[in-house]
Design a protein around this ligand. Sequence first.
Ligand code: ADP
Ligand code: MG
Length: 438
Amino acid sequence: MELDQVWEKVVSMLSEEISAVSFNSWIKPIEAVRMTDSKIILEVPYSVNKNMIMTKYHSLIESCIETVTSKKRAIEVLVSEEIQSDNADPLREESTLNPRYTFDNFIVGSKNKIAYVAALAVAEAETPMRNYNPLFFYGGSGLGKTHMLQAIGNYYLENHPKKKVLYTTSEKFTYELVSAIRDKNNQSFRNKYRKVDLLLIDDVQFFANQEFAQEELFHTFNALYDKEKQIVLTSDRLPSEIPQLEERIKTRFSSGIVIDVQPPDYETRMAILKSKLQSEYLEVGDDIVAYVADNIKSNVRELEGAVKRIVLYAGIKRTNHITMDIAKEALTDIMKSQPRRRITAQLIISEVEKYYMLPKGSLVSPKRSRDVAYPRQVAMYICREILDDPSFPKIGESFGGRDHSTAMHNVDKIKKELTDNSELRTVVDEIITNIKRD
Ligand code: ADP
Ligand code: MG
């Protein structure tokens, strides 16, 4: 089949897959220029078209091509503007924003919801809301801070194409400052950083110890703040916890809104996995997704790693249908490095105490008031239900040396109550979930 015919078929398939508006904006302008055995080269007018295709339609187009030609071909997208002249979209060039990171492909869950809402609010505002400047995100590695920071920039630029956005890291800022000083070029450094509408600085914890960078940062910050320009910062810890950072900078960093980003909970991990697997066109059953979500917990980067492994194995096995065996095989190495939380009586006790908001140690204390005795019975019941070795003497022993008949009696009591108290069942299940998942 000739390229023209192939492309015509692909386009007609695409028109059925995506909305008319998106089709007209992003698919119609594409011109197919060349087809080889392994790829098809496409040309689009602007880099924004290319960005859109690479972020949103890339896999869809490739799978349509495969359907039409019965052969896997990668697409390569060229921008005509770039082909003709070299200065494609100077604004974006300067901002080094990565179009891969958008709000659209950011999965929101209970642990990042506040951060997401704040990020979107800032991205939507043309001029900063006073309380949100600066916006400071902190949290562990791989939890989506850079993603959100970049998404703010991309979103803002999309809605305000005339505005200037600058994304940088503390290291790049420091490096550029050093070069500017060396080349006696301070003014152009200042022009670059102080004449933007939105400044995004990633990983500010690395300003620790960089005294002259801190000095420059301080003035940059003030200049932008005074002109009511938005500043967004990320760090792996609270401003107050960054070592060797001047007090006045800590104060500036904390003067707007400081929001923590936490590791995703189970539901969010499921959602993230499903979304990433779906964009790879892999069929993966819920039980397998649950298996991964159960075992990989600490951050999103690792979840992505798991998806990449599964994709790799799907390729090796030449299938789009992932079975549990394939998933397990693909993930053996990753799983090995996961810290496993061993379920012990102590863990159960501490989760039950947390659930009922009791002081630590309450359940193993001699206290017998109902507010403690009842949660203790629940905890004993859970021990019996989920421990590997749930003998009554052991359970009694774990609760401050109580004897086995007490343990047996308590477990029985809860077991009976569970038969007609569905609310208690929910409570018990919730506690067990907490024990197993985090
Ligand atoms: P951090 O900057 O906090 O270390 P990143 O923003 O680099 O983390 O995130 C690591 C990877 O996980 C990136 O590829 C990012 O796109 C992805 N990611 C993180 N959080 C989410 C989320 N909520 N939804 C979808 N992808 C996410
Ligand atoms: Mg980051």
